[in-house]
Design a binder for this molecule. Structure first.
Ligand code: BJW
Ligand code: ZN
Length: 251
């Protein structure tokens, strides 16, 4: 583990003195668990084009391709474990009051680390939703359901209306869950400090939470090994991997 730097000590002091803290996480917090990020080196968007996979139009065009991609990501997650950053955050939240954890991640690693309360803004890889009637459904097994295509591909169908089930995540051009988004913005507006971990801050409206908090006077701490959209507004910037930098920050 790295020695605690002056910046890290300042961030620690700031967090322990803050009554209300919002922690805002992105794909980078799960990187050391083996989950690929989206935009960095080796990121998912380097290999796959989002417009081919993460939009309602893409699903309408080729649901099998989209399901294959999400099936691959579900399987990958099954072999991943929460890392030291997920665990430190969960313990910290159990020990003190006034912390809200908002994540853009669709993995389940914050939950598996024992996080007591979590706002998920982009849905979950482990839920399905009906593309017709919108009902939520537990994640199907890939072999469930009748076949609906001439090529024999098994695709999951809604038990209520018969339309195709789709992954329960938020795609480009879709609305975020309105209640979770409104609560996240509200908590951000009330926060004394925001701890941003592992996100480029490029995807809106989620990314705006940090700017909302800053406009209302919160201090911004960024933990990330790379450049982010928040670097210009951060009060403290800790450069490095979350699994190394987050535990000493919250100890
Ligand atoms: C480490 C590390 C280590 C590495 N430790 N760190 C305003 C301006 C411009 C555009 C828009 C705007 N408002 C809306 C838009 C359009 C669009 C958008 O934002 N586009 C931009 C990309 C330009 N937004 C939308 O379409 C949203 N919907 C919407 O606006 O609806 C409007 C509407 C209104 C009324 C009716 C209907 C609609 C929806 C956005 C949904 C995004 N979904 C995704 C996919 C989810 C499903 C899936 O996973 O397949 O969510 S996109 C993808 O990006 C995913 C992520 O949650 C999200 C954010 O990515 P994140 O977490 O920041 O990852 P990376 O890879 O970018 O960054 C990783 C970071 O980790 C890096 O900084 C690394 O350095 C770091 N890192 N290792 C710590 N060890
Ligand atoms: Zn349905």
């Amino acid at each position: 583990m790295r020695a605690v730097s002056g910046e890290s000590a300042a961030a620690r002091a700031l967090l322990s003195g803050a009554h209300r803290v919002v922690v805002f996480t992105g794909a980078g917090v799960s990187a050391e668990s083996g989950v690929p990020t989206f935009r960095g080196p080796g990121g998912l968007w380097k290999t796959f084009r989002p417009e081919q996979l993460a939009t309602p139009k893409a699903f309408a065009r080729d649901p099998r391709l989209v399901w294959e991609w999400y099936g691959w990501r579900r399987e990958l997650l099954a072999s991943c474990r929460p890392n030291l950053a997920h665990v430190a955050l969960a313990r910290w939240m159990l020990q003190r009051e006034g912390v809200t954890l908002v994540t853009q991640n669709v993995d389940d690693l914050h939950e598996r680390a024992g996080t007591p309360e979590l706002m998920k803004l982009h849905g979950s890889l482990f839920e399905d939703r009906c593309s017709g009637c919108g009902r939520a459904a537990a994640a199907h097994r890939r072999t469930d359901g009748p076949t609906d295509r001439d090529d024999g591909t098994m695709l999951p169908l809604c038990p209520e209306c018969g339309a195709l089930l789709r992954p329960g995540v938020v795609w480009f051009g879709e609305m975020l869950p309105p209640d979770a988004l409104a609560r996240a913005y509200q908590r951000a507006g009330e926060a004394n400090a925001v701890l941003v971990i592992g996100t480029t801050g490029a995807v809106y409206p989620a990314a705006g939470i940090v700017h909302e908090a800053r406009a209302e006077g919160a201090a911004i701490i960024v933990v990330d090994p790379g450049q982010t959209e928040y670097d210009a507004v951060a009060d403290i910037r800790l450069t490095g991997p979350a699994g190394e930098l987050v535990p000493p920050l919250l100890a």
